[in-house]
Design a protein around this ligand. Structure first.
Ligand code: ZN
Ligand code: ZN
Length: 367
């Protein structure tokens, strides 16, 4: 993971930043391979545009952190009785920062006490949002990251297949979700988020929490799950029918299927953007007369976070780089009746795009 440092420092210089300050979370994992809980003891990596980065760390975490992040960092441990102030001040000085320095911080992740500590250690410095820089770096997955996502996809697809063969009408949503999650854990992985099984009218709610409803004949059942392998997530949705479907839900299913294919095809075009993929998928559903029932963006990036850039949505106009991984997940939701969503994980390749998910997309029936 620390092999990334030269790359990150080059990006800092290109963005005109003197340093990047990162706190526990997925950016710290990206930067240093560290999976740390965002606790109340100050932990902060300071990476200058040139030279050795500093890691301010609670004394009780020092050994574990140093064993993972290695010699790439210089460590500044602090104890509970002295507090983090001195350690941070020394880290700031040793990384060559001072009055007038421009420091990138994570606007949506860093907490107030962390920013205040930095401001105190660096009076007269300027703090700017490093979110775009971090997004640009993390969007392009290297071979090891792609391998991890591929394995996370294999696990989620194998466990979905295994689960669906055991599902019958009369089972409760929560028991089905449980079956799936147990299969994920048995495969040695963790669910990437709360596994969703949404049946009948519940399938019309894209954010349904699996509950007590029993699957019954005529239901559409949305299965949405993901898993994490070595920190990297997969995310898949397939919609099944119990017994039979109404004519309308069958039409809706075929529209979503066509929209999913159109989105994946648009991703394979040279210069594809989040906006072009969203438009391609959305157009199919609009032309089919269900535009107002496709109530969310077409997709989101996947990686260390289940939702990260790039977002597949109108206004997302930057061409997607080779190595970008994201979902294509159009859906139609008819309130009180049912919904359909088909979600794939896609990567931009040298000559187009590849769907990492290969689970059959055609409608399948649960008996
Ligand atoms: Zn999903
Ligand atoms: Zn998703």
């Amino acid at each position: 993971m620390t092999g990334r440092l030269p790359h990150i420092q080059e990006a800092l210089r290109r963005h005109g930043l003197d340093a990047l300050a990162v706190v526990p979370g997925s950016n710290l994992r990206y930067l240093a391979g560290l999976t740390l809980h965002a606790g109340l003891r100050l932990t902060m990596a300071l990476t200058p545009g040139e030279g050795q980065p500093a890691l301010v760390v609670p004394g009780l975490e020092h050994a574990r952190v140093a064993a993972t992040a290695g010699a790439a960092f210089r460590y500044y441990p602090w104890s509970d009785d002295e507090g983090p102030g001195n350690a941070l001040a020394r880290a700031v000085r040793d990384t060559g920062l001072g009055r007038g320095s421009v420091v990138g911080v994570e606007h949506t992740i860093m907490r107030v006490f962390e920013l205040r500590a930095l401001e105190q250690a660096l009076p007269g410095a300027q703090f700017v949002d490093a979110t775009p820089l971090l997004a640009e770096l993390r969007m392009v997955k290297d071979a090891a990251e792609l391998d991890a996502i591929r394995i996370a996809v294999q696990v989620i697809e194998a466990t979905l297949r295994q689960t669906v063969t055991q599902v019958r009408a009369g089972m409760r949503e929560r028991d089905v979700a449980d079956l799936w999650e147990r299969a994920i854990r048995a495969a040695g992985c963790l669910p990437a988020f709360e596994t969703t099984v949404a049946s009948g009218p519940n399938s019309a709610n894209p954010h349904h929490t699996s509950g007590d409803r029993e699957l019954q004949d005529g239901d559409m059942v949305v299965f949405d799950g993901g898993t994490v392998y070595r920190g990297y997530a997969s995310d898949i949705t397939r919609t099944f029918a119990v017994g039979h479907t109404s004519d309308e839900m069958r039409r809706v299913y075929d529209l979503v299927l066509a929209a999913n294919a159109a989105g994946r095809e648009a991703a394979a075009q040279p210069g594809a953007t989040g906006e072009s993929i969203d438009a391609a998928a959305r157009q199919v559903i609009e032309r089919g007369g269900y535009g107002s029932f496709f109530i969310h963006r077409t997709g989101h990036g996947i990686g260390l976070d289940v939702h990260e850039p790039p977002f597949i949505v109108a206004g997302s106009r930057a061409p997607l780089p080779i190595g970008a991984t994201f979902t294509v997940e159009p859906g139609i939701y008819l309130r009180g009746i049912g919904g359909v969503r088909i979600e794939d994980d896609v990567v931009i390749t040298v000559d187009g795009a590849e769907s990492l998910t290969t689970f059959p997309r055609e409608i399948q029936y649960i008996s």
